[in-house]
Ligand binder design. Structure first.
Ligand code: ZN
Ligand code: ZN
Length: 270
């Protein structure tokens, strides 16, 4: 079985696991290395099964422990050339990636082994460069969009291919505009290269929903400008609007901010 676990999701730290009995990978490493190890072990996953890390972008909530992991565990770190250049200058990762650097090519399959391949695609966000990932892992298809300021054709395209969609649903617009953030911060979030609102997330779901999509996980929820129930309610309505059976059949869940999620299992398709 292929397993998916979110170890943490949100501005306090992001780290997601996909793996089976042979290989495990992390998407981002934005929480402490001890926490990663502990949360994996609590779910029966030893740290030494992690074989590599995929990086989405160079914000601290995604790379906090990347340098330590690469240094100590000595596993490959996959990122685009632009991101690796940024990581070589970032205080979290400077001088620590050494032989772990693996440069990825955008918009095409990058191959880890015959059963694991992935496509990074650029999404609009205010880091050096930010990518989403479309991942095929032993035939199970995942699409990750953890931080994005707007809907793009690529986001819809890759979301339309996956069995499990991990999609940002950062803020409720009314909560954000009526809340206590400064006007500058509100603008940073909403201006197109910040984060996805619940409404934008719903629009992606409406456009990308297809019969093979069995799971939707809402990630990177704002602590101040959203609630899990508001985000799920709007996503559920979006699913219902495209197909009644979709709303009933799809597993739709928010990923917790400060704890790990349950383990979700998918039948291998190879
Ligand atoms: Zn983030
Ligand atoms: Zn970010």
């Amino acid at each position: 079985m292929v397993k998916f676990v979110s170890l943490s999701s949100g501005s306090n730290g992001n780290c997601y696991y996909i793996g089976n009995e042979y290989t495990g990978l992390l998407i981002d490493a934005g929480i402490g290395p001890r926490t990663i190890k502990k949360r994996l072990l609590e779910r029966g996953i030893p740290m030494n099964t992690i074989k590599f890390v995929l990086v989405t972008h160079d914000h601290i909530d995604h790379i906090k422990s990347l340098g330590i992991l690469a240094d100590r565990v000595d596993i490959p770190v996959y990122a685009t050339e632009r991101l690796h250049t940024a990581l070589s200058n970032h205080f979290c990762t400077r001088g620590k990636l050494g032989g772990c650097v693996r440069k990825t090519v955008l918009d095409q399959f990058n191959v880890y082994d015959e059963n694991i391949r992935f496509i990074p695609f650029v999404v609009p966000h205010d880091a050096t460069q930010t990518v989403g990932y479309y991942i095929e892992f032993y035939g199970v298809k995942f699409t990750f969009v953890t931080d994005a300021g707007n809907i793009t054709d690529d986001i819809v395209k890759y979301s339309s291919k996956c069995n499990a969609l991990i999609l940002e649903s950062n803020y409720d617009l009314d909560m954000l505009l009526g809340g206590g953030y400064t006007p500058e911060l509100k603008l940073r979030i909403t201006k197109g290269n910040g984060h996805l609102s619940n409404e934008q997330t719903c629009s992606i779901i409406r456009r990308a929903r297809h019969k093979e999509m069995s799971h939707i996980f809402l990630c990177h929820l704002s602590e101040n400008n959203n609630t899990p129930s508001i985000a799920v309610k709007s996503a559920f309505q979006a699913l219902e609007s495209v197909a009644k059976d979709a709303a009933r059949d799809v597993v739709l869940l928010p990923l917790p901010r400060r704890t790990a999620s349950d383990i979700f299992e998918f039948q291998e398709r190879v």
